[in-house]
Design a protein around this ligand. Sequence first.
Ligand code: NAG
Ligand code: NAG
Ligand code: NAG
Ligand code: NAG
Ligand code: NAG
Length: 512
Amino acid sequence: MDIFNARIGWTSFIIWFLHLLVCECVPLPDSGQCPQLHPVNLQKQWEISVPDGFQINLTFTHVDNKSSITVLYDEKVLGKFCGNENSADGHHPGHQPILSPGSRLTLIFQSDDYNPDRKQNVGFSAQYQAIDIDECSAPEPEDGSGPLCSQICLNTLGSYRCACHHGYKLRSDQRTCMLIDCGEPEPLLNGGVTLLSGFQNQYLSVVQYHCNEPFYSPYGGNNVSLTCEADGQWRTNHDVILRPACLPVCGRPTKQIENPFQRIIGGNEAAEHTIPWQALINVGDSRGGGMIIADRWILTAAHVVVTNGQVQTPEALSIYLGVTDVHQIIETPSLNATAVHVHPEYNNPDNLNFDHDIALIKIKDSVTFQAAIMPLCLPSQGDTYDTGMMGLVSGFGIAGKGYRQRFLPNKLKYVHIPVVEQERCSNSLKGIRNSRTPNLTDNMFCAGTPEGWKDSCQGDDGSGFTLQSENGRFWAAGIVSWGVKCGQKGTYGFYTKVANYVDWINKIMQEN
Ligand SMILES: *[C@@H]1O[C@H](CO)[C@@H](O)[C@H](O)[C@H]1NC(C)=O
Ligand SMILES: *[C@@H]1O[C@H](CO)[C@@H](O)[C@H](O)[C@H]1NC(C)=O
Ligand SMILES: *[C@@H]1O[C@H](CO)[C@@H](O)[C@H](O)[C@H]1NC(C)=O
Ligand SMILES: *[C@@H]1O[C@H](CO)[C@@H](O)[C@H](O)[C@H]1NC(C)=O
Ligand SMILES: *[C@@H]1O[C@H](CO)[C@@H](O)[C@H](O)[C@H]1NC(C)=O
């Protein structure tokens, strides 16, 4: 008797009239409410079931005289209906529906006078309906296991589910709720994170990222604050998951060179932290300079890393940063290079062509910037090489007038020398009647004082000639490249014009 069809919906009315043909005589539990039938002629039994999570609402509309219906649930009598209208049991057919505790019922029909021909005393009619059980309104079980749902119970057709208040999430038991916890915020390289408000990274906690200033500054300029949102994610107010990042601060040493225009022949010793981008590059027995421009990149002159037309292998280079005295390199481990990128157009077999005298060295491990090691900025728009602008040249090769090549000083030194207009640079070369004079190109500029008492070709080859932009930031204007007759009156030092190579530098750094 498959009378309930779940496909037609959650509720179904079925009315049926029975014409009983079979006698199945089974002793019934005695409710004692209907008059005894003598003799029991006919007995038939049905099971009614609806899907789990539903209960059965059963209503009898008619029971024939001399018949009785017993309704059982788990062998417990829920009710007994008699066809005798005079019966005193109060279960009058057509009234008082029976609601099953579960999803099934057993009906037992009995009659004592079976006469199908007279169509008398032959059955009953009833209807039933599947009703969704509202599990949520059930009383809390007495076994102390707590309510069905610890916070919110949602009744659904045939079932129920638990939900939680805002800021809580359902535990895996699908019953109890716990406060949302976003977990430890991700650590920030070269920065940190502090809990501004809230507790244990729980819902609505606020954390703020900061960068290790003054060496790093937050990408976008502002410290990023994140809130632990209801979905368990750290988010900014704008609902996006923004990964904060710390960018190195370039060209802003923590200590300024005092009295920058002091005129001391041969340069001044640089105090610690005043020229933090200076790199010392040892290639075999020779010493060169460079400047750090990014956490893994050193900018230098091509001729420092090219010997006899051969590019040095990275292994041949020893690089030191944060050093102001050469003796310090004994206790400072050298940074290891992984690649040397020389400008592809650099071609200087006879030391007469310094065009494109620029190279980049990639170092193996990225450098963490601090007061002694900070990068130099690359030229940006608005940075100009105006004649007369004072530049800062530094290096371990700066010596007194005429001392170049005779001895190498051990201290980092610097001089301030002005940018010279290109025509004057060009003219200074014309006066030299020497076929072995390199040519001046647009990729170079020269600097120095006409009097010549400030050496014009000072600094380690490859070291930086820096200029300061209006906001005080130092930028890599030149790379110490070549010179003629060092320190003599009317001669200048020649520098690779870095502004012409910004695209090449960025390309190499991006692609490697
Ligand atoms: C059971 O069915 C009867 C008759 O259809 C109806 O009057 C009654 O409201 C129903 N009971 C429930 C709990 O739905
Ligand atoms: C059933 O019994 C009632 C009262 O005892 C009587 O009025 C009625 O006619 C009977 N019905 C049938 C179909 O015999
Ligand atoms: C970022 O936070 C740090 C430390 O909390 C603070 O010193 C700095 O001023 C903040 N920077 C900005 C741009 O708000
Ligand atoms: C550089 O390489 C040398 C030899 O392979 C090694 O001993 C040294 O520790 C490395 N230095 C750094 C900073 O990794
Ligand atoms: C310099 O320029 C002159 C004239 O343009 C040229 O003849 C000479 O080869 C150049 N020298 C070098 C080293 O490129």
